[in-house]
Design a binder for this molecule. Structure first.
Ligand code: MG
Length: 429
């Protein structure tokens, strides 16, 4: 039922009102916070979640459209359900279950699955209320975590493409910080572009930033837990460069030197942690693992090279509006991103995906037939670290695909290894 980030699937087939009602019923405690992204199906699904929780006797606080980190902020001392399929297409939807500002772990997921199979819980019906003030409170939390004086002095011009739930917070946050903001795709009615913030889906934003002379641009995913940065020349920063930049910024400002990232962490990320006297903790892919590890290791910051950033002083799910405010701070302190990015070594990186009927089976078979010459880590697919690069073959947590990620110091080596591994994966699909 659960993937790497909650329950997700096609609306009407995998994700139904019946399922939402039952999850709301078994997961709610004394109270339950409920929020959703823009998807049309989110309307009925969030009502179903609320109905299930109310029937179980819980009080429901409906936030309406809000990003996942805002829902996590609301549920910092309680439980919440976010109705979203994150960056997946509009026909998808899903539920992210949050407790104490963090997505729930495997143990609690197991408990939910066990309860799910029992009859519905009925008790005195709880109270239902709306509360969107928590969006303002989350914004205030963020404002307290950056250097406002520095930002007010520089007043950068930013193009914000929220295309989803973050439209209720990011443009206002930037404006309150003193930035000049131009908001595009900020409708709360529907998505205006595919939800995943990547170079193809953000092609228009690259043009707008370049043509309007903005200092930079930002793009979010559907539930506002991812962000990408476009430099003033209209070029998107690679995810691992963004992450390396953020890690360096955080390490420079704190005596806590513990950083968390995942098996997808590139050489640039490992190098920047080392160079700044940090210590890196590596987890399987998924913000749940990163959030857990931050708490367990009392770490400063954790991030994944997909635009997800978790700050120890904030909520323990990726907080993209906060990350945007931090990038504004970086810009105001260090200048143009087109210049700053040159500081971070860009190796040759390839990311491929393969449709797979039995994704876990494929990964197992590839693992067995790999000719391994290097350090191996296999708690999430298989990652091989070699002298001049690394590769990772893993099953996606949210889609029926096997992912291949690799990074090498030379293009020749990357292409050679890619050819070999691709053949091996295709043999076992
Ligand atoms: Mg997301």
């Amino acid at each position: 039922m659960f993937g790497t980030s909650g329950i997700r699937g096609i609306y009407g087939k995998d994700i139904t009102e019946e399922l939402a009602l039952k999850i709301g019923n078994v997961f709610s405690k004394d109270n339950l916070f409920v929020a959703r992204d823009l998807r049309q199906s989110g309307v009925t699904l969030s009502i179903a979640v609320s109905a299930g929780a109310l029937a179980a006797g819980s009080d429901v606080i409906d936030i309406g459209i809000a990003p996942t980190p805002t829902l996590a902020y609301a549920a910092r001392a309680g439980r919440g359900i976010m109705v979203t399929a994150s960056h997946n297409p509009p026909e998808y939807n899903g539920l992210k279950l949050v407790e104490n500002a963090k997505e729930i772990g495997k143990k609690l997921e197991q408990e939910v699955i066990e309860e799910y199979n029992k009859p519905i819980i009925r008790s005195d019906i709880g109270d239902f209320s709306h509360n969107s003030e928590v969006i303002e409170e989350h914004k205030q939390m963020i404002l307290g975590m950056v250097d406002r004086k520095l930002i007010e002095k520089k007043k950068p011009k930013i193009i914000a493409d929220c295309n989803g739930a973050a439209a209720v917070i990011t443009p206002y946050l930037l404006s309150e910080l003193g930035c000049k903001v131009v908001s595009v795709n900020s409708s709360l009615e529907c998505f205006n572009r595919p939800s995943e913030p990547n170079e193809t889906n953000l092609a228009h934003l690259l043009d707008i930033v370049r043509e309007t002379g903005a200092d930079f641009g930002i793009g979010h995913d559907g539930d506002g837990d991812r962000c990408v940065i476009i430099d003033e020349k209209g070029s998107m920063l690679p995810f691992d460069v963004q992450l390396a930049m953020m890690i360096e910024h955080e390490l420079e400002r704190s005596s806590n030197k513990r950083i968390v990232s995942t098996v997808e962490a590139s050489l640039a990320i490992r190098e920047v942690v080392e160079k700044n006297g940090g210590k890196i903790e590596i987890t399987p892919v998924g913000s749940t693992y990163v959030g857990d590890s931050i708490e367990k290791n009392n770490a400063l910051f954790g991030g994944e090279p997909c635009g997800e950033y978790i700050y120890s002083g904030g909520v323990h799910v990726p907080d993209a509006p906060l990350a945007v405010a931090k990038f504004v701070e970086i810009f105001c302190e260090k200048g143009k991103f087109s210049e700053l990015r040159k500081k971070y070594k860009e190796n040759f990186i390839a990311r491929e995906k393969f449709q797979a009927k039995e994704k876990h089976n494929t990964v197992e078979k590839v693992k067995k037939s790999l000719n391994i010459d290097g350090k191996v880590r296999d708690d999430d697919g298989v990652r091989i670290d070699e002298a001049d690069g690394w590769l990772l073959v893993r099953a996606s947590g949210t889609e029926p695909v096997v992912r291949l990620t690799m990074e090498y110091k030379t293009k020749e080596k990357l292409e050679k290894r890619k050819g070999e591994i691709k053949t091996l994966i295709e043999m076992h699909l």
